[in-house]
Ligand binder design. Structure first.
Ligand SMILES: [Zn+2]
Ligand SMILES: [Zn+2]
Ligand SMILES: [Zn+2]
Length: 276
């Protein structure tokens, strides 16, 4: 499996849209890996994870022909993960001869309701949206996907995803705080071993509590990795990445690498491809 990180920032972007803080100004100067857009990833060439407001630029910058993408998994309905307004560009007046017959989008209750209300019976979107349950594996083309509850956006049915294909398994784990007990129970009961984990690191080193926090930083990630190791879900061969950074934590690439390396993690940046 191949994952391409198209965006690696939290909702405000990095540098943040209107921010004049020292970290954002440093990023404006350094550019390169320090410019981070809103979080999105592509698996192989046909499964998209989330649809933020930066999707269009992601497609241009990474030579992605969006009309070929068949599947979209949505984590939750915050705008930096589901910007439905731009899916209207699939409408017949705007998109001709698309090569994927339709775009099938999978999500939880909050996203589904937002989509249905926005589309209000119109067919111009040319995509289908599916409200899927938690802890219930489902097929998406050649992939097997399981949604697990995220500790994020209460009431939205926000989720993290397990994605498997041809014997490889990915845990895509943002946006969320430290995982719920039932997530660990499920992974342990199903004896799932991850080839790659991609983890929410919004807070970087700003403390956030495991029980109530709706994002994570390095200390939470360290505890999460230990827990996953204890239940046999990660091994020494598991590839570990952190992503989804807020400007408040100073997500300059070199600083993040200093923090991530002792945890055995690597730091995602916009445009990075990882094969595992
Ligand atoms: Zn987010
Ligand atoms: Zn800032
Ligand atoms: Zn969010």
């Amino acid at each position: 499996m191949k994952i391409t990180y198209l965006g690696t920032a939290a909702s405000e972007g990095f540098p943040a849209v209107f921010c004049n803080c020292k970290y954002c100004n440093e990023a404006r100067k350094l550019k390169g890996k320090n410019i981070r857009t809103r979080s999105q990833a592509l698996i192989d060439d046909d499964l998209l994870l989330d649809f933020p407001q930066d999707s269009y630029m992601h497609f241009l910058q990474n030579d992605i022909q969006a009309d070929k993408i068949k599947y979209l998994l949505i984590t939750h309905s915050h705008m930096d993960h589901f910007y439905i307004e731009d899916l209207a560009a699939r409408g017949s007046a705007f998109a001709h001869d698309m090569r994927a017959e339709t775009l099938d989008a999978y999500c939880g209750k909050g996203t589904y309701e937002k989509a249905v209300a926005y589309m209000s019976g119109e067919s111009r979107f040319q995509f289908r949206i599916h409200n899927t349950g938690l802890f219930q594996p489902f097929k998406v083309g050649d992939y097997e996907v399981t949604a697990l509850p995220a500790k994020h956006m209460p009431g939205d049915d926000a989720r993290i995803y397990i994605v498997s294909k041809q014997g490889k398994t990915l845990l895509y784990c943002n946006d969320t705080g430290y995982c719920f007990e039932e997530v660990f129970d499920y992974i342990q009961r199903k004896k799932i071993v991850f080839d790659m984990v991609s983890l929410d690191c919004t807070n970087v080193n700003i403390p956030i509590d495991d029980e109530h926090g709706h994002h994570m930083g390095f200390p939470n990630i360290q505890r999460l990795l230990q827990r996953l190791k204890d239940i046999g879900a990660i091994t020494k061969d598991t590839v570990k990445y952190v992503t989804h950074f807020s400007h408040n934590g100073n997500p300059i690439q070199s600083y993040l690498e200093e923090c991530a390396t002792p945890l055995g993690c690597k730091v995602a940046y916009d445009g990075l491809q990882v094969e595992f």
